[in-house]
Design a protein around this ligand. Structure first.
Ligand code: ADP
Length: 250
């Protein structure tokens, strides 16, 4: 689904991404691991249109998407969630989901502006969809809570929920487990697996928790010093000497 070809992103003289080439296969949950400073987040930012690359290409389903802005990628079904969740704290959890703009073909903001009779019906449909998403994620009971009041892990689930309000094809998850307790991490893991199996989502996941990676991801891609060092199952990369050395060297 995604092919990254010889990607570079330099900051001044510093090569944060330095010739990274990788493939994310349709239907996979691909893990992206590597020591701190390996260039994982920068790579995500370039793929997701938040940073232009210095050189190299990103293809989605064979189409060149290099440097396209996030809103264009969003309409193609490429979404990225953040290490720090970006919720609207003063709104309820349900309202946060209802804020997500639709990305289906033909459903533009103008449709809803000019077809005023349809607005109420659309709002009811969006509300129903939001409630279905919350049930799917097992946080239906939080629908009317202010988003600022829910836990860090629940915010991560809300971020996943946002991707379900639209027709996502591939979702990039940045450190979904950071600061999340084990029980919620399992809930997040289950949601990712179900989205993958039942809704056909492809995922690329940056994560430090190797248990989480091991349970979810195949393949696992290891980055170090801006490029890909190894790829394989979690067991394969864990016993790869180059990988061990890269982790020990930091
Ligand atoms: P990772 O996600 O693997 O920890 P990052 O992509 O966050 O790695 O960072 C890779 C390297 O690039 C780090 O050394 C970081 O300090 C550097 N870097 C990231 N963003 C910038 C920036 N905007 N300006 C300068 N250096 C940056």
């Amino acid at each position: 689904m995604i092919v990254v070809e010889d990607l570079h992103r330099h900051f001044g003289g510093f090569r944060a991404v330095d010739g990274a080439s990788l493939t994310i296969k349709t239907g996979s949950i691909t893990g992206l691991i590597g020591p701190n400073g390996a260039g994982k987040t920068t790579l995500f930012n370039v793929i997701a249109g938040r940073l232009p690359p210095t050189s190299g290409r990103v293809l989605m389903d064979g189409q060149d998407i290099t440097g396209l802005p996030p809103h264009v990628l969003f309409h193609k079904g490429l979404l990225r969630t953040f290490q720090i969740a970006h919720e609207f704290g003063s709104m309820t959890v349900r309202e946060n989901l209802m804020m997500v703009p639709p990305n289906q073909a033909g459903e533009t903001i103008w449709n809803s502006w000019f077809a005023r009779g349809r607005v109420a019906r659309q709002e009811a449909e969006i509300r129903k969809k939001a409630d279905e998403v919350l049930e799917f994620l097992t946080i239906g009971h939080l629908a009317d809570q202010k988003a600022s009041m829910i836990s860090g892990g629940q915010k991560k689930l809300l971020e996943l929920g946002r991707t379900m309000m639209v027709d996502a094809k591939i979702v990039f998850l940045d450190e979904v487990g950071a600061g999340v307790n084990r029980t919620l991490l399992n809930t997040i893991g289950d949601a990712i697996v179900r989205l993958n199996k039942e809704r056909g989502y492809t995922f690329c996941v940056i994560e430090h928790d190797m248990d989480f990676i091991g349970r979810l991801c195949d393949p696992v891609i290891v980055m170090a010093e801006g490029h890909v060092l190894a790829e394989g199952t979690v067991e394969q990369v864990k016993s790869d000497e180059r990988v061990i050395e890269a982790y020990l060297g930091t």
